[in-house]
Design a protein around this ligand. Structure first.
Ligand code: ADP
Ligand code: ADP
Ligand code: ZN
Length: 208
């Protein structure tokens, strides 16, 4: 399966990606996680990406597309992939169509005005990337891997506001891009996490 998860920041892409990977064994690729790993390790890519991530802007397409192209060449992508956070604009979608076009694009639809609370309350595992929310999680160790659970530097009100604008301007048009290709499926991301997942399972099982 070659799957793209589409949705605004905070729609629940990472949360659902973990569950999809567990159930279907598909390789989860998050460009945000790749950038944060590079940042932590102080690589040239990480240093370059930092300025954009801090401002809530997109990292330039050349850098991002190159990273995805290299990642898709790895052995665990032989039978497919699940992309989370890529593509984020039409340029990237066109680049992906040339590399290895998706079979299905799942749009996780949400009310944009509910996302500020989700994102400023988000906590993430610094080791495996698992997402939590302060309303339902109070510890500081990841229940999946034992890693430290932290708040992302870009999950502050100011940067979230900018990221939501970038989404509306650049990423939302991809809904029509994939609709025109007949590849779009939509689930209701305002439901509870397990109910969203149940909808996704219905869509994915119908593929097989
Ligand atoms: P994304 O990867 O799309 O940016 P996440 O999966 O990290 O989003 O989710 C953002 C925040 O919202 C996290 O704190 C997560 O726990 C929470 N969340 C995810 N899905 C839901 C949902 N269906 N209902 C309520 N909160 C959710
Ligand atoms: P969220 O799921 O909350 O939107 P991500 O972890 O996907 O956050 O992305 C965090 C940041 O990493 C983005 O604001 C952007 O700066 C950078 N980034 C991630 N994916 C891409 C991409 N496909 N193109 C450009 N920048 C990206
Ligand atoms: Zn973890």
């Amino acid at each position: 399966m070659k799957l793209v998860l589409l949705g605004a920041p905070g729609a629940g892409k990472g949360t659902q990606a973990t569950k999809i990977a567990e159930k279907y064994g598909v390789t989860h690729i998050s460009t945000g996680d790749i950038f944060r790993k590079n940042l932590k390790e102080g690589t040239p890519v990480g240093l370059k990406a930092k300025a954009y991530i801090d401002k809530g802007q997109l990292v330039p397409d050349e850098v991002t597309c190159e990273i995805v192209a290299e990642r898709l060449k790895e052995a665990d992508c032989k039978t497919g992939y699940m992309l989370d956070g890529f593509p984020r604009n039409v340029m990237q979608a066109e680049a992906l169509d040339k590399m290895s076009a998706p079979d299905l694009v799942l749009n996780i639809a949400v009310d944009l005005d509910k996302l500020m609370a989700r994102l400023t309350g988000r906590r993430v595992c610094s080791a495996c990337g698992e997402s939590y929310h302060v309303s339902t999680f109070s510890g500081n160790k990841c229940t999946k891997c034992g890693g430290d659970v932290i708040q992302r530097a870009d999950d502050n009100e100011e940067t979230v506001g900018k990221r939501l604008k970038v989404y509306t301007d650049q990423t939302q048009p991809l809904i029509d891009y994939y609709k025109a290709q007949g590849k779009l499926a939509e689930v209701d991301g305002m439901k509870a996490i397990d109910d969203v997942f149940a909808e996704i399972v219905t869509v994915l099982d119908a593929l097989a």
